[in-house]
Design a protein around this ligand. Structure first.
Ligand SMILES: NC(=O)CC[C@H](N)C(=O)O
Length: 305
C-alpha cells in the first residue's frame, strides 16, 4: 500500500497546477495549490497509510454536511428531516438557489447542497451556537482521536462574504423550512464548515462510515447502521454535486467533497480514504484529489457497482 500511494501521488502531482483554490472565500483563496495528500485507513488491518501532505490543516467545508445530517437524523428522526429537505440530486452547482422557488412545496432538494445543509443546520439541537458546535466537535473527536477546533479566520471570512448562503437561508425562512433566527443558523453553518482537519482525519471520518458507524479509533458504535446508510446514499447521488454521476462511473464509491480541497471516500467494510488538494474544478471538487481516487479505485478494484 505504501508503494501504491507514493506512485499515485507522484503520477497526479502535476494536476495541482490545474484549477483554482476557492476564490469566493478570501481566507481559502490564500491556500497554496501545491499541497497534495492521500490517507488510507485499512479497517481490517486497523492501520493508516499516509502519503504527502497528510498532517497539514485545512477546513472541512462541505464534508461537514454529512456529519450534521447524521446528527439531525439522530436529533429529529428521518420523517422530520425529510419533510423539510428532499432526497434528490439537483444537477446544479452546490450554491445554486434556482430550484428553491420552482419546486412545490418549496424545499431544498437534498442535504448536500448549501441550501439543504443550512436547513439541516437549523435542526441540530442545542441552546446556543456554542453548544451546537460543541456537540458537533464531541461527535467528531472519538472518530478522530484528537481535539478539534474551529478555524476563526475562515469562519469570519465566510461570515463576511457568504451572501449567497444568506439569500438561500432567508428564502428558506420565508417558506417555513427554517423557523429559527437566520443569522444564528448561518453562523452555526459557517462554524461547522470551518472546522480544521487533516487529510488523515478525513481518512478516519471515511473509515467510520465504511465501518457502518463504528469509530475505528475507539471501537465504539456511535450511530446506527441505518443512519450511516442514508448518509452514504446521499454521498453517491449528491456528494460530488453536479459531478456525482461522472464520479460514480470513474471511481464508484460514496464520496463527499469540500471547497477546502478535501474529499472523503468510503470503500464499505474495507477502507476509509481521505485526499486533499486545494485546487478545484469549476464544480468545486479537488482536481488532483479526484484523479488520485480514480487511480486508487482502479488499482484496488473499489467500485461498488
Ligand atoms: N462546497 C463547499 O464546500 C461549500 C461550503 C462553503 N462553506 C459554502 O457555504 O460555500
Amino acid at each position: 500500500m505504501e508503494e501504491l500511494l507514493k506512485d499515485i501521488l507522484k503520477r497526479n502531482q502535476s494536476y495541482c497546477t490545474e484549477g483554482e483554490v476557492a476564490q469566493y472565500i478570501p481566507a481559502l483563496a490564500r491556500q497554496s495549490k501545491e499541497n497534495l495528500g492521500i490517507s488510507v485507513v485499512d479497517i481490517g488491518k486497523d492501520k493508516v497509510f499516509n502519503c504527502g501532505d497528510t498532517e497539514k490543516f485545512f477546513t472541512l467545508q462541505s464534508i461537514s454536511k454529512i456529519f450534521t445530517l447524521i446528527m439531525a437524523l439522530q436529533d429529529r428522526g428521518a420523517n422530520y428531516v425529510f419533510e423539510r429537505v428532499g432526497m434528490e440530486p439537483t444537477g446544479d452547482p452546490f450554491n445554486s438557489i434556482i430550484k428553491l422557488e420552482t419546486i412545490n412545496p418549496s424545499r431544498p432538494l437534498n442535504p448536500m447542497i448549501n441550501a439543504g445543509a443550512i436547513a439541516i443546520s437549523s435542526m441540530i439541537k442545542g441552546e446556543s451556537n456554542e453548544q451546537k458546535i460543541d456537540r458537533v466537535i464531541s461527535f467528531l473527536e472519538p472518530i478522530l482521536g484528537r481535539k478539534v477546533t474551529v478555524n476563526h479566520e475562515v469562519f469570519n471570512s465566510e461570515r463576511e462574504t457568504g451572501n449567497r448562503n444568506r439569500a438561500a437561508a432567508y428564502f428558506l425562512k420565508d417558506v417555513g423550512v427554517i423557523s429559527k433566527d437566520v443569522e444564528k443558523v448561518l453562523d452555526f453553518y459557517f462554524m461547522h464548515c470551518s472546522l480544521d482537519v487533516t487529510c488523515e482525519d478525513i481518512g478516519y471520518l471515511a473509515a467510520f462510515l465504511a465501518n457502518q458507524g463504528r469509530s475505528v479509533k475507539t471501537g465504539e458504535q456511535l450511530v446506527s447502521e441505518n443512519v450511516t446508510q442514508i448518509a452514504k446514499s446521499f454521498m453517491v447521488t449528491c456528494g460530488m454535486y453536479n459531478s456525482s454521476g461522472e464520479f460514480a462511473i470513474k471511481v464508484g464509491v460514496p464520496a463527499k467533497s469540500g471547497v477546502g480541497g478535501g474529499v472523503m471516500a468510503v470503500s464499505p467494510n474495507r477502507y476509509g480514504i481521505g485526499v486533499w488538494g486545494p485546487a478545484l474544478d469549476e464544480k468545486g471538487n479537488s482536481i488532483a484529489g479526484v484523479k488520485m481516487l480514480e487511480d486508487l479505485s482502479a488499482n484496488l478494484n473499489l467500485s461498488i457497482f
